[in-house]
Design a binder for this molecule. Structure first.
Ligand code: ZN
Length: 463
């Protein structure tokens, strides 16, 4: 290993290899476990990534690709491997306003890319809580979802081209700026959502949209879950595809983020079992606002919503979104585990009640888990406090409570966070043996020696 690290040091640009104190001193986020990599490699070009993978493969070592390391499934856990950070490949190479595309390097921070699109009069719709530190390469590798999937799709739907490096150092440059390219296997998809296990994403072409002219936002209280479901369908119908967010909070989460020490204030005077943040983006300020308000008024009249507040300024809109984003409040009294599941909307209310009942009966005194999510996408986030002194057995029991019912419902153990290491052992609840076997064959074909992000998604023994 020392020979390999010395060789890498000689081959890479200055600062390309961090070891010892330099590697240990790097800042680490509160959510993501990174482990203890043997070294942190920081290439400056695709060619350097290729060189790294050739040398690492030849030496029988392994790499763990790092983007912004904001994931929640231990996908960046790098124990015993070389961390491969794309942080020095962060350039926005070009924006083509006519084509509506951006060519960007993998290490570019999501928010930086969004701001560059905005400066060009365009819009990169990907938006998530970690926008200030997550990277485009990480977003692609994990097929990140977020707050506007309802309208614009997951990251997969925003990627026109990908450049990636295979385990043996081969550079696959699928970087044609074409919206339609129906020439055989879509190789981009091998690298989108495969969590760095099939290749290291180095560059991408992203699809940009026209910058929205109007943004209408409301925060509503709803008396029943049936009302929430009807409201979703109503707004889909009435807004003709312009709805960009339909974020639901169960009352416990709403109460948490609107009570001290949280800084958020209640947008509505009354108390309701469900709250929904609805947003629509459009191209005509006056007409869009009128249509949005008419849909709200109808819903009030029909009794689907009990009360509504419309954001009248950017500050009011930001305050509504800040409630949704203030997920950190859930850990103010101790550690939590965050779950990210998807299931049919019709099954949601009973599922949440089942999970919460099982949790409170096993651990009375901890309160109900907090539930919120991108309901329009069938995606719920469940955040549960970990009992004091809990070990692996308690963690497993909690996972069992959340994941097992999904198998019967036909839901997914991961809506948007991915599998990584944290959900790997539960994968059979959401994927058939044949599907998992095919994943293993793909892994075997592209990375037979297990060089890339070993142990993530599939156990090494499954290969
Ligand atoms: Zn989410």
């Amino acid at each position: 290993m020392e020979d390999l690290i010395a060789e890498l040091r000689a081959m890479l640009a200055p600062g390309g290899v961090l070891t010892g104190a330099e590697a240990a001193d790097r800042p680490r986020g509160p959510w993501t476990r990174l482990g203890e990599p043997l070294a942190i490699l920081r290439p400056v070009s695709t060619q350097e990534v290729s060189t790294i993978l050739k040398l690492v493969s030849a030496a029988g070592a392994a790499v763990t690709p790092w983007g912004g390391c904001t994931g929640l499934v231990d996908g960046c856990l790098a124990d015993g491997t070389l961390a491969l950070s794309l942080e020095r490949m962060a350039a926005i190479e070009s924006i083509d306003a006519t084509a509506g595309t951006m060519t960007v390097q993998a290490g570019c921070i999501l928010q930086t890319a969004c701001e560059a699109a905005e400066a060009a009069g365009l819009f990169l719709p990907l938006d998530l809580g970690a926008r200030g530190s997550a990277t485009i390469g990480g977003n692609i590798s994990t097929n990140a979802g977020g707050n506007r999937v309802l309208r614009y799709g997951m990251t997969r739907d925003l990627v026109i081209g990908v450049e990636a490096v295979l385990a043996d150092g081969t550079v696959i440059s699928a970087m044609r700026p074409l919206m339609k390219n129906n020439t055989g296997y879509d190789l981009r998809q091998l690298f989108i959502g495969s969590e760095g296990t099939l290749g290291v994403v180095t560059r991408a072409i992203l699809r940009l949209r026209p910058a929205p002219v109007s943004q209408d936002t409301a925060f509503v209280g709803v008396d029943s879950f049936d009302g929430v479901a009807r409201l979703l369908r109503r707004f889909e119908r009435r807004l003709g595809g312009a709805m960009s967010a339909f974020e639901v909070m169960w009352a416990d989460f709403h109460d948490l983020v609107t009570s001290a020490p949280a800084r958020g204030r209640r947008p509505l005077a009354g108390r309701y079992p469900f709250y929904v943040l609805i947003e629509s983006l459009g191209g005509d300020e006056a007409a869009d606002a009128a249509r949005f308000e008419a849909a709200l008024a109808e819903a009030l009249e029909d009794g689907d919503i009990a009360d509504a507040a419309i954001a009248r300024s950017g500050a009011e809109r930001a305050a509504m979104w800040a409630l949704r984003d203030d997920v950190g409040q859930t850990s103010r009294n101790g550690p939590i585990i965050a779950f990210d599941v998807s299931l049919p909307i019709a099954a949601m209310e009973a599922y949440v009640d089942q999970v919460c009942a099982a949790y409170t009966s096993r651990w009375p005194g901890l309160g109900r888990p907090w539930v919120f999510g991108h309901l329009g996408d069938g995606n719920l986030h469940i955040l549960a406090r970990v009992p004091a002194g809990a070990g692996l057995a308690e963690r497993h029991a909690l996972e069992e409570m959340v994941y097992r019912p999904l198998q019967v419902i036909g839901g997914s153990i991961s809506a948007e966070h991915g599998v990584g290491l944290a959900k790997r052992d539960w994968l059979p609840l959401s994927r058939s043996p044949e599907e998992i076997a095919l994943m293993a064959r793909l892994k075997q074909a592209l990375d037979p020696a297990g060089v890339l992000n070993p142990g993530k998604i599939l156990a090494p023994s499954a290969r």
